[in-house]
Unconditional design. Structure first.
Ligand SMILES: Cc1cc2nc3c(=O)[nH]c(=O)nc-3n(C[C@H](O)[C@H](O)[C@H](O)COP(=O)(O)O)c2cc1C
Length: 238
């Protein structure tokens, strides 16, 4: 079997350039999605380096495809604070909640609960729970408030943060705009505790604690993805 010269990163198993179909002859791709896709050359190099002259098995590609997609997604994820009026499709919202529920937790305790808020009045109130950096909540379509039972786990901050980060990434994957809104350790205009304000607005009592709220909506702004060439490698010590 020869070297692969063209390789499709689409997920459509019927695409002739999909690795599973390479054996079947590499017919010209009928799927339009190939035309618009820029396939990074390093991807080919990696494939060719590892596989030159060898034979290709789907399992070999599957890992590479997933690895590339995940790092691309991480580079693509940006905080989006402006949203259209459009509702988030239910399927996308479900994916984002799935990601939250899949997040790892200390000792597997899953101390969190997720409050999905779409009521405009409540969103408006939440946007004033702290003095700065929460106004985007008034314009978002859905907010997901993450509370965690601080009696159940002393790692509730970490557990909540990971769930927020997972939702942020899944939102990017789904083409949904998202932004973390910090509440823990923040104050409102009058100096009152933001986290307590959120508890009061949502009727949640201690020992439930909150790190932050994920603001979500269909994006009305675009941001450049991060470049893998500009990462701060000087922060890595080895
Ligand atoms: C712990 C944490 C708290 C944050 N709090 C807020 C916030 O309260 N309001 C806000 O608009 N953005 C907030 N952000 C988003 C950051 O401002 C944003 O991640 C940062 O500027 C980098 O931009 P990027 O997300 O596009 O990479 C927060 C992010 C993190 C991780």
């Amino acid at each position: 079997m020869g070297k692969i010269s063209k390789f499709c990163t689409c997920k459509d198993l019927s695409c002739p350039y999909h690795p599973t179909n390479h054996d079947k002859g590499c017919a010209p791709c009928v799927a339009d999605n190939l035309k618009d896709r820029e396939i990074p050359s390093c991807y080919f190099n990696l494939l060719d380096e590892n596989y030159a002259g060898g034979s290709y098995k789907f399992e070999d590609f599957a890992g590479l495809v997933q690895e590339r997609e995940l790092v691309d997604l991480m580079a693509k994820r940006r905080s989006i604070r402006k949203y259209t009026e459009e509702s988030i499709p239910e399927e996308k919202l479900k994916r984002i909640l799935q990601a939250a529920l899949l997040a790892p937790t200390s000792r597997g305790k899953r101390p969190w609960e997720f409050y999905v808020i779409q009521d405009r009045e409540i969103l408006e109130k939440l946007s004033k729970a702290k003095w700065h950096g929460a106004n985007l909540l008034a314009g978002c379509n859905t907010a997901i408030a993450v509370f965690a039972d601080s009696d159940l786990s002393d790692a509730w901050i970490e557990d909540s943060s990971i769930a927020l980060a997972y939702m942020d990434l899944m939102a990017a994957d789904q083409g949904v705009g998202s932004c973390w809104v910090q509440m823990r350790m923040r104050k409102d205009e009058a100096g009152a505790d933001a986290e307590q304000n959120v508890r009061d607005i949502l009727g949640v009592e201690l020992p439930w604690r909150m790190v932050g709220i994920m603001a979500l909506g269909m994006p009305a702004e675009e941001k450049e993805p991060y470049s893998l060439d500009e990462l701060l490698w000087e922060k890595v010590h080895r």
